[in-house]
Design a protein around this ligand. Structure first.
Ligand SMILES: C[S@@+](CC[C@H](N)C(=O)[O-])C[C@H]1O[C@@H](n2cnc3c(N)ncnc32)[C@H](O)[C@@H]1O
Length: 259
């Protein structure tokens, strides 16, 4: 399958630590990793935003991703921290193999939504089940689709929306991220296009980057059906603090055992 995610990898970590508010997901995934014990597997691990802090807790960590630039950043971080317990693989979430089973498998930060068809979703969930120990746990988070936003994404003609500005820690210039989103309401797919403009202290444009991805949005009961159909017993929550699902928080967090 074709990778459905393009992002300037060198911007990713600082975008999600300085640019946008803390998601609060790292402690959630790390606590489950500590509770379940080694080995653990993150699908779509990217730059290791979550995998690296878990590896620093001494857990044997496996990660896969379909983007070589993101994986290279994860590798560089592991090397800089002298972490020998991170094992990375270039593979797709719906087509991977390991010769071992895991105590914990998780797909954080809505990455499961990059699988756009029922077939891809089911293939991925079957592989997760196959690679999970009988007493293992499977975790994932997706966004709770916001009906008002979807309605506006369904209309044509909206321009660029500014998301955030942040300092580039290395060059002292300012990076601003803009986005545009369109929704195919029948296919439940949101297409996001992003651009980054980096300006020096005189306001001159010194770098311009682009990225894009598509996300299949998944409603709460749809997720529950999908997980049950794939052999899991899920508990659904409204945030990483495991509050009841409330729609308002914007998050759907699933904690699954094998059924
Ligand atoms: C929002 S990032 C999340 C990265 C990391 N898990 C985190 O929490 O920061 C989404 C990641 O999903 C990866 N991805 C998208 N489709 C994929 C697929 N089919 N198989 C593996 N990785 C995929 C992208 O390459 C990207 O690294």
């Amino acid at each position: 399958m074709e990778a459905n995610f393009s992002y300037p990898a060198e911007y990713y970590d600082e975008d999600y630590t300085i640019g946008v508010p803390d998601r609060g997901d790292i402690p959630f995934y790390r606590e489950y990793a500590l509770k379940q014990g080694s080995p653990i597997l993150e699908l779509a691990c990217g730059t290791g935003r979550i995998l690296v802090p878990i590896a620093q807790s001494g857990i044997e960590c496996y990660g896969l991703d379909f983007n070589r630039e993101m994986l290279a950043i994860c590798e560089t971080k592991a090397r800089a921290l002298n972490l020998k317990n991170i094992h990375l693989q270039f593979a797709s979430m719906d087509n991977f193999h390991y010769d071992q089973k895991f105590s914990l498998i998780y797909i954080p930060f809505r990455s499961f939504q990059h699988l756009l068809t029922n077939e891809e979703q089911i293939r991925c969930l079957h592989l997760v089940r196959e690679h999970l120990k009988d007493d293992g746990r499977f975790l994932l988070d997706v966004f709770a689709p916001n009906i008002d936003r979807l309605a506006s994404y369904g209309k044509k003609g909206e321009g660029w929306e500014k998301e955030f500005s942040r300092k580039n820690e290395q060059t002292e210039s300012t990076i601003t991220r803009y986005f545009q989103a369109r929704a195919d309401l029948a296919a439940q797919i949101i297409s996001v296009v992003m651009k980054w403009e980096e300006r020096n202290s005189s306001g001159e444009l010194v770098a311009k980057k682009e990225g894009n991805f598509r996300l299949r949005y998944i409603f709460r009961y749809e997720l529950e059906h999908l997980l049950v159909r794939s052999g899991f017993t899920p508990a659904l929550f409204g945030h990483f603090d495991e509050r009841p699902y409330d729609y308002i928080s914007g998050e759907t967090v699933a904690v699954c055992a094998k059924s």
